[in-house]
Design a protein around this ligand. Sequence first.
Ligand code: SAM
Length: 411
Amino acid sequence: MRMRKRHNLAPRMEACSAFLIEDPAAMRGEWLAAFPEQNRLYVELGCGKGRFTVETAKREPDALILAIEKVPDAMVLAMERARDAGITNVRFMDFDAANLPEIFAPEEIHRLYLNFSDPWPKSRDAKFRLTAPGFLRLYADALPVGGQIWFKTDNRPLFDWSLEQFRAEGWALSEVTNDLHQDGPVGIMTDYEVKFTAEGMKINRLVAARTAGTRTTAAGAVPRLRNAALGDARGRRKIQPPEDAVSLTPGTLSLYHALFRDFEQAPELFEDKSKFQPYVYDPAKVDAWVAERQARSGERRFCIMLDREPIGELVLKGIDPPSKSCAMGICLKNDRFKNHGYGTLAERLALRYAFEELGMETVLADSLLQNTRSQRSLQKAGFRFVSEDQHFKYYQISREQFTGKQREEQA
Ligand SMILES: C[S@@+](CC[C@H](N)C(=O)[O-])C[C@H]1O[C@@H](n2cnc3c(N)ncnc32)[C@H](O)[C@@H]1O
């Protein structure tokens, strides 16, 4: 979830501290004893802003609803909602689901909700998915036989992958659907679900029940997750960031320092590998670099912002008003931000700026021959391949081609 940092987080948390469990480990095995008016325990992992949590608590007054969230900036909104709703059967924890056994005794949870869990699309990150076998075994420990997981997501590749994991781990599946709301709204919707459903996206849902054969942590090592990428590796839709995921802002000295502090040189881009040197952040060199760039004319330099974090630089250079042409260059600060579509979004924003604000008619770009990722990104942004030499591929896009592509995408 992309959240803005809430500067007034501490006082806001304090104002609804009655809903916060500060030391959940102290409650292990004692949850229902501490809430004598409730007779069953429902746990939601990754409650976000808490629409589902609060509505479920209202609808199920006999159940104690425990919402777990590792991003307090989101959770504070959920806590405020609970306070404003005047309910007493819900509590929140700033906690990582990976540590579940620290706070729940075996078979203590009656039902577990996983709503719109983060997809972690890369294969190497599959173990972080809340439906990965490692997590399913923690849940199996904490649920009795017959205890259920209710899982919903808009993400079909994640849903299909999760189905495979539940099956392989011995859970009994029911209520499996790829279009939960096809005949009208069903059940309590989460914040994400309200948004996605309004956008016409289909919601997947399943219920998984623990059986006598369900694997718990006692089953030993979890299976290795090979080829577990969601999306392209399985020939399915790759998850694209929303159009407004990134923005461009003029590069300032402090933004460039933030950018270069995390910069990593990509060894694969060196034709001659012996020339590769890891980048080492040196504040004085960054100061000099920025001063030199700011003195140049005919350039516009932007930091590519993901929320408040500068993740790369985009430059329009060689801006030549008589010929109405310029060239675009882009770099992202490290691998964490590559291959997510952020570069393409930034390129589109810059193209709009070049055509609409600078009055350009043509924008050029080039890419090292071995940088196939950048070539794909340029083509997705609308650039056309023009030529290549020993070192580079050359691209360009005209105003007409850009507006044509925009019209195509809107149709
Ligand atoms: C995509 S959001 C969905 C939020 C909410 N369930 C909804 O549907 O509106 C996923 C949430 O799960 C939280 N989350 C992801 N992994 C978690 C973990 N291991 N432990 C606790 N929370 C987690 C994230 O911080 C985020 O707020």
